[in-house]
Design a binder for this molecule. Sequence first.
Ligand code: BEZ
Length: 180
Amino acid sequence: MLGKYVPSVTFRTRVRDETIEGPNPFRWEDKTSDDYFKGKKVVLFSLPGAFTPTCSTYQLPDFEKLFADFQAQGTDEIYCISVNDAFVMNAWAKAQGIENVKVLPDGSGEFTRKMGMLVAKDNLGFGMRSWRYGAIVNDGLVEQWFEEEGFSDNCETDPYGVSSPQNILEHLRAGQTAAA
Ligand code: BEZ
């Protein structure tokens, strides 16, 4: 995806709406790729599933903690994407106390598939999910790419390192234009 534009898709998000009464004051809100990426420098990271151990213990909380450091490098937003629906993504962000990172629900896997990152995880009963990767996306253009090694269906391991916030931040600080 290095040097290409992120795909144009519609994300089906759930947002809080105080005008709705009752115990579940949320409504659907469609957001497009343009809404998220146009005119912004974004760190995007994608992972196999909300609530999974590495994602919950390291990747998401570490991006959250390092948000100010990413801002200092010119990052406007950090987005976490997973092939999970909006209910799951919102519940995960709430459970993790996330305030800085924005979670993007790719429940249908369309964005992930068009990024070329959709893999089978049937070995874990997950179905189709995202391979773990990160990217620096500037006005929709993928400028840096951080893909974990071993892209494959039903992978027995879960490589994590290249797409860690620490590694991506190091590359941003070094001003490098490509990474692996
Ligand atoms: C993890 O984040 O640790 C994980 C991700 C996918 C499957 C199993 C574990």
